[in-house]
Structure formats: structure tokens, C-alpha cells
Design a protein around this ligand. Structure first.
Ligand SMILES: NC(=O)c1ccc[n+]([C@@H]2O[C@H](COP(=O)([O-])OP(=O)(O)OC[C@H]3O[C@@H](n4cnc5c(N)ncnc54)[C@H](O)[C@@H]3O)[C@@H](O)[C@H]2O)c1
Length: 358
């Protein structure tokens, strides 16, 4: 097992720019690096919804918070000028598959053109030493196979979201080969994580927020594709991978440069139905209803990642199995819905996660 706390401490006193810091993963990452003494600058659209994790954590008072659009080159360039970041974690994206069917142009413009703007800013920056470029497990051409996808597998995408992430990967590979290879003291990596769950996600059309909304309202949890499998993991798992990559890029860029998968063990295959069942079990009550609609837009059924590279070369491994992941996730929502302080609840889970790998 790599030394996660040492990797987090590698950011102490460093200027770190996180795009997408108002979102689900970005809010956890911003807080985590802030707790380890990093000087965090965030750049994103405003947080969505009153209960956004970002707002509940009062991150606007804890880190340097800028509202802006990655599609706007000059807005993005000005945060790079002001922050002079040493590390960049690029998370900003239109991240929802079903929304990508409703608005493919927004999805491609944000995930491809916006990401290109980030690559351009990094290319022209003298301060950036490490770029962690976040795409997705969905960047791989899905062949509905049991075996997990490895970093060298073919890219592609049926739905606009997946295709936009595959396109972002191609743009990243081009910049890495054409421009970044000649930058001294610099490394860049693209990271592809599985389906992330955890407290603080209130997005539309995602399994956990949908379950929690139904359980709170005493409604049945409605599932569209109960037998679909995903590489489920707690939000802190891929973020620990991103941090490991970021620290590695500072220390040994040539070793870490490239692309990396971060997901649960390949044999830990769990369906949407099992996730919903665990939500009901840990919530203490609730029911499940299947409502498959043949007219629903296409979504992949089988999706797993092969994370052997991160395991063998970085010593990275997931710390929480499926059971613990669901237990911690539902417990976060249970506590917060019951009135617990969001900052304390999130900070406590971060502490437990760090300790559970020791
Ligand atoms: N959540 C998952 O299961 C999952 C899985 C694999 C990969 N990812 C990737 O991880 C990253 C973060 O995902 P998330 O779940 O936190 O998503 P999210 O929807 O919760 O957050 C998205 C963030 O991007 C920002 N953003 C969107 N469009 C923007 C724009 N035009 N300009 C500036 N900021 C913009 C939003 O303001 C928000 O801060 C994304 O790149 C996503 O594709 C997520």
C-alpha cells in the first residue's frame, strides 16, 4: 500500500488549482487537500441546489473560490495568472449521462473544448509542475464484456457523455506527446475512475441521490436497469488515486506520466439492484420498484476497470469494500438528514478513510 498521508502532505503549502470544486468530487478533494495544508484555488460554475456539498462545507470561506466557465478562455487564463498553481486537478465537466442525451452540445463544449482550454493554460504556464486530468471509466469503447478495461484499451462512447470523455482523452494524449513532453520539471496524467458514490452527492439521475430522495420521502426506489453493473467505489477511493498521482508527478514525473485506472477489484461486481438493497438495509426501511422502459436512452450494462497498473506500479489499492462503501455512504446521509453538521461528518469520514489503510 502506498503512503496516502505522505502523498497528501506533499501538497502542504503548495498552490493547487481544482476545476469543478463546487461539484461532488471536487468538494471532497478541495476539503481534503485544504485539511492537509494546501493553498487551494477553485474554479467552477456556481454550486447546484441549496444542499450542495460545497455550500454546506462553507468551502467558499475556506479556499479561494472563483466562479467561472472553462469554455471561456480568458476567464480560465486569469485564474491561472492569479493562482500560479503548482498542481492542477481538472475535474470540471458536464458529468451526467442522461443530461448528455438532453444537451449533447453543452456536454461536448464543456468536456472537450473546456478541457482543451485547460490544456492550453497548462501548456503556457511556467508554474504548473503536475496536471491530473480527470476523465472517466466511460472513456473506453464499451464492448459489454465481463473483463475490466485496461489503460491501453480502445477509447469510444455510445452516449454523448462517454464520447466526450474519450475525446478529452485524445486531446490529453496529443498535448502530452506534442507539447508537455518538452516541458521541463513537469508531468501529466489522465485518470479514469469508476462510478463514485458517497455523501454529499445530490445530482439528478444518479443511483445514491435517487435512493436517498425516495427513502426520505417514504417512496419506493425506482430502478430503470436493476441488473446493470458498475465499478462502484466511495468518493475517497478515486480521490486517493488522484492525490497519489499528483504527488508522484511532483517526485517522479517520468514514472507517473500517462493514463491510470482507479476502481474497485475486478471481481467485486455489483448490480444497481444490490446498491439499492444496501441503501434500504442501512437506512433501516424502504422498498424497491423496477420500472424498465424500452424507450429509455441506451446506457451500458457491464462496466468494470482493470486497475492492475495502479496496484503494481503505485502500490494503490482501494481501502473500503462494497459493504463498507455503502455503509459509510448511507450513514453520511442519515447523519446529515438527521441534522448533523456536514463539515464534521465529512471530516470524520476522511479521517476514518485515512486510518483504515494503516
Ligand atoms: N461521479 C462519478 O461517478 C464519476 C465517475 C467517473 C468520472 N467522473 C468525473 O469526475 C469529475 C467530477 O465529477 P462529479 O461527479 O464531481 O461531477 P459534478 O457534476 O458533481 O461536478 C461537476 C463540476 O464541474 C463544474 N462545471 C461543469 N461545467 C462547467 C463549466 N462549463 N465551467 C466550469 N465548471 C464547470 C461544476 O460547476 C461542478 O463543480 C468529472 O470530470 C466527471 O466526468 C465522475
Amino acid at each position: 500500500m502506498g503512503n496516502l498521508v505522505a502523498d497528501l502532505e506533499a501538497f502542504r503549502g503548495k498552490r493547487v488549482l481544482i476545476t469543478g470544486h463546487t461539484g461532488f468530487k471536487g468538494s471532497w478533494l478541495s476539503l481534503w487537500l485544504h485539511l492537509h495544508g494546501a493553498e487551494v484555488f477553485g474554479f467552477a460554475l456556481p454550486p447546484e441546489g441549496e444542499s450542495a456539498h460545497f455550500s454546506a462545507l462553507q468551502l467558499d470561506e475556506r479556499i479561494d473560490h472563483t466562479v467561472g466557465d472553462i469554455r471561456n478562455e480568458s476567464q480560465l487564463a486569469s485564474i491561472f495568472d492569479r493562482a500560479q498553481p503548482e498542481a492542477v486537478f481538472h475535474l470540471a465537466a458536464q458529468a451526467l449521462v442522461r443530461r448528455s442525451y438532453r444537451d449533447p452540445i453543452e456536454t461536448f463544449s464543456t468536456n472537450v473544448t473546456g478541457s482543451l482550454n485547460v490544456l492550453e493554460c497548462v501548456r503556457h504556464s511556467d508554474s504548473v509542475k503536475a496536471l491530473v486530468f480527470v476523465t472517466s471509466d466511460k472513456c473506453y469503447l464499451n464492448q459489454e464484456r465481463q473483463a475490466g478495461y485496461s489503460e491501453d484499451d480502445k477509447l469510444g462512447g455510445h452516449d454523448p457523455y462517454s464520447a466526450s470523455k474519450a475525446a478529452a482523452e485524445l486531446a490529453f494524449a496529443t498535448y502530452n506527446a506534442s507539447f508537455f513532453a518538452t516541458k521541463s520539471n513537469f508531468g501529466a496524467a489522465s485518470v479514469r475512475a469508476g462510478n463514485v458514490i458517497g455523501g454529499g452527492d445530490w445530482s439528478e439521475d444518479r443511483i445514491i441521490p435517487d435512493c436517498i430522495r425516495a427513502l426520505r420521502a417514504n417512496d419506493a426506489i425506482v430502478l430503470r436497469k436493476p441488473q446493470a453493473t458498475r465499478p462502484w467505489q466511495h468518493v475517497l477511493e478515486p480521490l486517493s488515486g488522484y492525490v497519489t498521482i499528483g504527488a508522484g508527478l511532483f517526485q517522479n514525473p517520468s514514472k507517473v506520466n500517462g493514463s491510470w485506472n482507479f476502481g474497485p477489484p475486478e471481481n467485486a461486481v455489483h448490480t444497481v439492484h444490490e446498491v439499492a438493497e444496501k441503501c434500504v438495509e442501512h437506512w433501516g426501511s424502504g422498498s424497491i420498484e423496477i420500472q424498465s422502459n424500452p424507450n429509455d436512452p441506451h446506457e451500458a450494462s457491464l462496466l468494470q476497470l482493470n486497475c492492475e497498473k495502479a496496484h503494481a506500479q503505485l502500490g494503490w489499492n482501494p481501502r473500503w469494500g462494497f459493504e463498507r462503501t455503502l455503509q459509510e455512504t448511507v450513514s453520511w446521509y442519515r447523519s446529515v438528514v438527521g441534522g448533523a453538521n456536514v463539515f464534521n461528518t465529512t471530516q470524520q469520514q476522511i479521517k476514518e478513510y485515512e486510518e483504515s489503510g494503516q
